[in-house]
Ligand binder design. Structure first.
Ligand code: AMP
Length: 285
C-alpha cells in the first residue's frame, strides 16, 4: 500500500492503475478506522481493481472547533488496518494541499442540506462535506465511490451532487455496521465513558422498535415516534431530533407511504451520536 500526500502523487498512482485496465474505487474517510470503514474498503476491494482510501479530517465541515480538535487521529494504526484489507493507496493530504491559499469555491446542495444534521450543525457542515467530496472525486476520478448508510443524509447529498454536476462516478451506499449490542459504529464511540457506552445502544433499540411497529401495521409516524421515545428516556437520552422524513426528499412524513428515513441524533455523555433506519410500507397482501 502506498501513502500519497499530494494530489500529484495520488494521480500518478491512479493513472498507472487505470492504464493497467483497472476499475478505480474510492472510500472517503476521516480516519480512526472501525469495522464500518473496513466494510466499505472490503466492498470497494470486491467491486473494483484498485482501491483508494482518503484520510482527511476536513476542517470545513466541523461547526465546533473543540470537536475538530478532539477528533481521534492515529494515521499509523489506520494505515495498518487499510493495508490489512488490501487498500492500494491511502491518500492522506495536509490541509494546505486540499485548501491552498486563495481557496474560494464551495459546493452546496440546496434543500437536502437544511433539515436534520443541517439544522443542528448549521449550513457550513454540508457545504464542507459537499465541497471536500467533490474535490476528492475530482482528484481520484474513481469509477465507484462507497459511503455508509450510517450518514444517510450525507449519502443522499453526495448522490444528488453527483447527479446534478454530471460527475462520472457510481455512488454505492453500504449498510450500517453495528456493535453486538446494536450501537452503530462510529469514530466517536471511543470517546464514550463507560456509563454513556452502556446507555448509547438505546438509540439503536429505539430505531428497531420503530421498524417493529411499522411491521406490525403502524402507519402514523408521529405516533410511532412518540410511542418509542420512552426507550430513549429510560436511558437518560434526550434526542436532538427523532424524525421521520422521506428517504428521497427529506421532507417530513406523517403517514408512512414510500421509503421513509427515521433518524435520531443525541448527545450521550457529551458525545454526539447519530443513527437511522429506512422503513417502508410492506406490500399489500
Ligand atoms: P467518517 O470517517 O466518519 O467520515 O466516515 C467515512 C465513511 O464511513 C462514511 O461514508 C460513513 O458513512 C461511513 N461509516 C461510518 N460509520 C459507519 C458504520 N457504522 N457503518 C457503515 N459505514 C460507516
Amino acid at each position: 500500500m502506498r501513502i500519497a500526500r499530494t494530489v500529484a502523487e495520488l494521480r500518478d498512482a491512479v493513472r498507472a492503475a487505470r492504464s493497467a485496465g483497472k476499475r478505480i474505487g474510492l472510500v472517503p474517510t476521516m480516519g480512526a478506522f472501525h469495522d464500518g470503514h473496513l466494510a466499505l474498503m472490503r466492498r470497494a476491494r470486491e467491486a473494483t481493481g484498485f482501491v483508494v482510501v482518503s484520510l482527511f479530517v476536513n476542517p470545513t465541515q466541523f461547526n465546533d472547533p473543540a470537536d475538530l480538535a478532539r477528533y481521534p487521529r492515529d494515521e499509523a494504526r489506520d494505515a495498518d488496518l487499510a493495508r490489512s484489507v488490501g487498500v492500494d493507496v491511502l491518500f492522506a493530504p495536509l490541509a494546505e494541499e486540499v485548501y491552498p491559499p486563495g481557496f474560494a469555491t464551495t459546493v452546496e446542495v440546496a434543500r437536502l442540506s437544511t433539515p436534520l444534521e443541517g439544522a443542528m450543525r448549521g449550513p457550513a457542515h454540508f457545504r464542507g462535506v459537499a465541497t471536500v467530496v467533490t474535490k476528492l472525486l475530482n482528484m481520484v476520478q474513481p469509477d465507484d465511490a462507497f459511503f455508509g448508510q450510517k450518514d444517510a443524509q450525507q449519502a443522499l447529498i453526495i448522490a444528488t451532487l453527483v447527479r446534478d454536476l454530471d460527475l462520472p462516478v457510481r455512488i454505492e451506499v453500504c449498510p450500517t455496521v453495528r456493535e453486538a449490542d446494536g450501537l452503530a459504529m462510529s469514530s466517536r464511540n471511543a470517546r464514550l465513558d463507560p456509563d454513556a457506552r452502556r446507555r448509547a445502544p438505546a438509540i439503536a433499540r429505539a430505531l428497531r422498535a420503530i421498524e417493529a411497529s411499522v411491521t406490525a401495521g403502524e402507519r402514523d409516524m408521529r405516533h410511532a415516534i412518540d410511542a418509542t421515545k420512552p426507550i430513549l428516556a429510560e436511558a437518560g437520552i434526550e434526542p436532538e431530533y427523532f424524525e421521520a422524513v422521506s428517504a428521497d426528499t427529506l421532507d417530513p412524513v406523517a403517514r408512512l407511504d414510500g421509503d421513509t428515513l427515521v433518524a435520531i441524533a443525541a448527545r450521550v455523555g457529551g458525545i454526539r451520536l447519530i443513527d437511522n433506519v429506512i422503513v417502508s410500507r410492506p406490500p399489500a397482501q
